[in-house]
Design a protein around this ligand. Structure first.
Ligand code: HAM
Length: 429
């Protein structure tokens, strides 16, 4: 017997029972972003490997060990995108979207790929919705990004379950000075820190700060603090952001250890975290990357953005039972037709109803069948009502209108009155 084919570990099918929740989530976010004036951009899923090396950083976990990289038939090294910022910056530069100081407020959505160890909330193909803003350097736009996510959490009913963590990484000069001090301190305590941190000390010392290793954490208690090395510009920026969040009534926690796993950040970094999902609790994360566009060959252009993990937010909606009931019903009305003539009339009647009742979700029975079997299918479809069309109804130009859930008697309705009657069955929105 041949081996059954399976999806790749960590790459999941999103099944028909799950897609209504995905569409609800994606639709809610898209509607929100329309309301803030953000425009969607769609980038390819595959890019040249160099793009990610140059932007995310050569010595990050993502680039060192998590990328899906392969050679194509031309011998070019290509990579399935592990995140969206790099490709978005590439697209903005390639199409001159940030030229002349033009402000761009963009969003994107789609699959990302990282070869991580799969577990709840962590997958090898996962989905993000990301936002990127170009050519605005003040804390007001950092605040806007946070304010709009705060509104999203409210729309989704998960506001009480998420906490905002904030930090400032300073300008690259300030960070450079801090890095030196940290390296000096950690080098003096080399025998007390774990192996991975010893390695990071050489490659990416700031990442030592978010070690999970208890002994290294103990050593870090006395390490120099990034906040003490912040330059005035970053300090003023950070104060400006905090003042705006205070004014908007958004609670936050300053987390001096928040350094993020991608190299392009400067000044503001933030994460929305939850304790409801176990180990993978960061549902949305981002920050400012004022040096990235220049580093990728463009003119100096401030940038700031974030991305949220759709799988994690969907899990959170399910965990908190914040899945709106209305999204589980996908059919309003199910049309049963008995006999060849009734089937023909049913087909044209259904098309007419689709013209006349916008948004009506009408499923027409296919595959004929007895009274019993058609009703069984009507019930299984989740529809609220069945329409019945047999020889008698055909002769009288009526349909039997039968409520499938709850109260109400079956009644005959004339074809001419049917559209008005059905309009009341359509779920709004
Ligand atoms: P990130 O922190 O690597 O940032 O990812 C953002 C979010 O994507 C995470 O907070 C998490 O919710 C989700 N995520 C990441 N990896 C996985 C995974 N393996 N499985 C499931 N969900 C995952 C970025 O990607 C930056 N590009 C964000 C950004 C945009 N910064 C500025 N602009």
């Amino acid at each position: 017997m041949s081996k059954t084919l399976q999806a790749i570990r960590g790459m999941n099918d999103i099944l028909p029972e799950q897609t209504p929740l995905w569409r609800y989530f994606e639709g809610t976010v898209a509607g929100l972003l329309d309301g803030y004036g953000y425009r969607q951009i769609r980038m390819p899923i595959v890019e040249f490997t160099d793009l990610f090396k140059r932007s995310i950083g050569e010595v990050t976990d993502i680039v060192e060990k998590e990328m899906y990289t392969f050679e194509d038939r031309n011998g070019d090294s290509l990579t399935l995108r592990p995140e969206g910022t790099a490709a978005c910056v590439r697209a903005v530069l390639e199409h001159g979207l940030s030229g002349g100081g033009q402000v761009q407020k963009l969003w994107y959505m789609g699959p990302m790929f990282r070869h991580e160890r799969p577990q709840k909330g962590r997958y090898r193909q996962f989905h993000q919705i990301g936002l990127e803003v170009f050519n605005l350097d003040g804390p007001d736009i950092d605040a806007e990004l946070i304010v709009l996510t705060w509104r999203l959490w409210k729309l989704l009913g998960i506001r009480d379950a998420v906490t905002l963590e904030l930090n400032s990484l300073g300008t690259s000069e300030a960070r450079g000075r801090y890095r030196e001090a940290l390296v000096e301190f950690l080098t003096a305590h080399l025998d007390q820190i774990d192996e991975d941190s010893q390695r990071r000390l050489k490659t990416n010392p700031l990442r030592v700060l978010d070690t999970k290793h208890p002994e290294t954490q103990a050593v870090l208690v006395n390490a120099p603090k990034l906040a003490d090395y912040l330059d005035d510009e970053s300090r003023v920026h950070f104060e400006g952001l905090k003042a705006r969040l205070d004014a908007a009534g958004i609670p936050y926690v300053i987390n001096p250890k928040l350094v993020r796993g991608l190299d392009y950040y400067s000044k503001t970094v933030f994460e929305w975290v939850t304790d409801k999902l176990g180990a993978q609790g960061t549902v949305c994360a981002g920050g400012r990357y004022d040096g990235l566009v220049e580093q990728m060959g463009g003119k100096p252009t401030p940038g700031v953005g974030f991305a949220m993990g759709i799988e994690r937010l969907i899990l959170l909606l399910e965990t908190l039972e914040q899945v709106p009931e209305s999204i589980s019903r996908q059919v309003d009305v199910y049309l049963c037709a008995f006999g060849e003539q009734a089937e023909l009339a049913g087909l044209t009647l259904a098309e007419r109803l689709r013209d006349e009742v916008p948004g009506l979700r009408l499923m027409v029975n296919a595959g004929a069948g007895s009274f019993k079997s058609q009703f069984k299918k009507a019930d299984k479809s989740g529809a609220l009502h069945a329409l019945i069309l047999g020889d008698d109804e055909l002769a009288q130009q009526v349909v039997g209108f039968k409520p499938l859930r709850g109260q109400g008697e079956q009644q005959n309705i004339a074809w001419s009155a049917l559209a008005d009657h059905l309009a009341t069955c359509v779920v709004q929105g």
